[in-house]
Design a protein around this ligand. Structure first.
Ligand SMILES: NC(=O)c1ccc[n+]([C@@H]2O[C@H](COP(=O)([O-])OP(=O)(O)OC[C@H]3O[C@@H](n4cnc5c(N)ncnc54)[C@H](O)[C@@H]3O)[C@@H](O)[C@H]2O)c1
Length: 419
């Protein structure tokens, strides 16, 4: 069996905990040989997680890029580093697994595509949902024609109030200029799926939305800037003491997301309290300098007449996507949190699947993370076969987010998309 050597740039949650860990399990197919991260503690942690002794570690990107270190490079650094690092990797001849979003700057996406055309590297973008059994089943149903002519798609990305607070108020994606608009950061998968389901080019787009809640004017009277010291720490829904300390305690301080993103130390009461005292994860949600939208609605009209309504919503109890597809002969309803995919035809033929029957191992984006790595292996073995999340296809979702943001900032104007 062919084995590919792998380097990981960005030894964090995605690079190591997700892809690195699964690749370490598939040691007959992948061998992790190098790690690069600006944070030495992350490198130490990664070596433990990967049970690795023979891995070269780098904290300096320039030294890492002095030569090619492996067949494959995983780029799982923060969003704003992706394109710059991919442009360094390409001339070295790496095959690249590139985290999404490719870049918040659409012109950078196009620059990367031009470079790929020049150097010819294999690039797979981590649109992991494309690799889930449920998305494959939905696409199969839509393409089969049983729903008749598809008129409309309604898609809701339920972020969950605590997840939004973690990632988009306190965390890495809280400020547009440092990362990306929340629509791109949270919904570039969803935008990708909508154009995949619609099966053709989007002709025009419009969007409205804003930052409705996580602002200083909504801070309760007398609340402090850090939750640990706050008189509302037991009663506020968004209290960091509740979300990190109490929930982690209830989980027995297991090494789980999101607790393991707030500290590189092993989880326990003391390390979490120290993170809550020192990092942004301990801040009051009304005292963070966040600016990304917490609710956003997008309308897209595709060239084949399908109209898509997509919503990104912070204010939901739990997470999970919901998709309704309305056709002239029936409807399809997908509900991640209810573990259900239902196809109800107007001739009374009703089929319902449990998502967990379609996919046995639902870890990591409903199985998509590991399935993508399996597909990546196949593609690396025969690079000329179709790669459905190649750079060119994946950039389409970034284009939709880019023009949706232009529309939102222009008060919801409809924008005809350039070809
Ligand atoms: N595909 C998905 O569904 C999905 C899900 C979540 C996150 N992401 C994306 O994955 C990427 C990584 O996110 P994460 O959650 O793993 O974040 P993370 O913070 O856990 O990991 C990022 C790592 O990169 C390191 N780093 C920062 N700057 C660096 C640099 N210049 N060079 C080398 N290392 C550097 C950090 O120290 C950190 O260890 C982001 O782009 C994010 O948007 C994708």
């Amino acid at each position: 069996m062919k084995k590919f050597t792998v380097s990981i740039l960005g030894a964090g949650s995605r690079g190591v905990d997700t892809y690195g860990s699964f690749m370490a399990e598939c040691s007959d197919r992948f061998q992790i040989v190098a790690l690069c991260d600006i944070n030495p503690e992350k490198l130490e942690r990664a070596k433990k997680i990967l049970s690795a002794t023979n891995i070269s570690c780098f904290t300096d990107e320039d030294v890492f890029f002095e030569k090619r270190r492996s067949d494959l490079l995983i780029i799982a650094t923060p969003d704003k580093e992706h394109v710059r690092q991919a442009l360094k990797a390409m001339p070295l001849g790496y095959s690249i697994l590139l985290e999404k979003p490719i870049s918040a700057d659409y012109s950078e996406c196009l620059e990367l595509l031009a470079a790929q055309k020049k150097y010819g590297n294999f690039i797979m973008v981590c649109h992991v949902l494309r690799y889930t059994a449920s998305v494959r089943k939905i696409k199969e149903v839509l393409d089969s024609g049983v729903l008749g002519k598809i008129v409309s798609i309604d898609h809701l990305e339920r972020v969950a109030y605590w997840h939004f607070a973690h990632s988009y108020v306190r965390g890495n994606w809280h400020k547009e200029k440092d990362s990306a608009p929340s629509l791109l950061a949270k919904c570039c998968h969803d935008l990708d799926l909508m154009q995949y389901y619609a099966g053709c080019r989007c002709a025009n787009i419009s969007s409205v939305g804003d930052l409705a809640w996580f602002k200083v004017e909504n801070k309760p009277e007398g609340a402090t800037d850090r939750c640990l010291d706050c008189k509302y720490s037991d009663t506020c829904e968004y209290s960091a003491t509740r979300i990190y300390l109490r929930w982690a305690q209830n989980e027995g301080f297991r090494d789980l997301w999101p607790y393991n993103t707030i500290t590189a130390e092993p989880l326990c009461k003391e390390t979490i309290m120290s993170a809550l005292r020192q990092t942004d994860y301990g801040k009051c949600v009304y005292s963070c300098d966040n600016d990304v939208a917490d609710n956003q609605h997008v309308v897209m009209e595709f060239e084949n007449g399908i109209r898509v309504y997509l919503t990104m919503m912070a204010f939901t109890y739990d997470g999970g996507r919901r998709t309704s597809v309305y056709g002239t002969k029936g409807e399809l309803f997908f509900d991640e949190s209810k573990n259900s995919l239902k196809i109800a035809l107007f001739n009374d033929q009703i089929t319902e699947y449990k998502l967990t029957d379609l996919e046995k191992d639902m870890r990591g984006h409903g199985g998509g993370d590991n399935n993508m790595i399996r597909t990546l292996y196949e593609k690396l073995c025969s690079v000329n076969t179709e790669n459905q999340t190649d750079l060119e296809h994946s950039i389409e979702s970034h284009k939709l987010a880019h023009y949706a943001e232009i529309s939102r900032k222009a008060g919801g104007a409809r924008i005809d998309l350039p070809k």
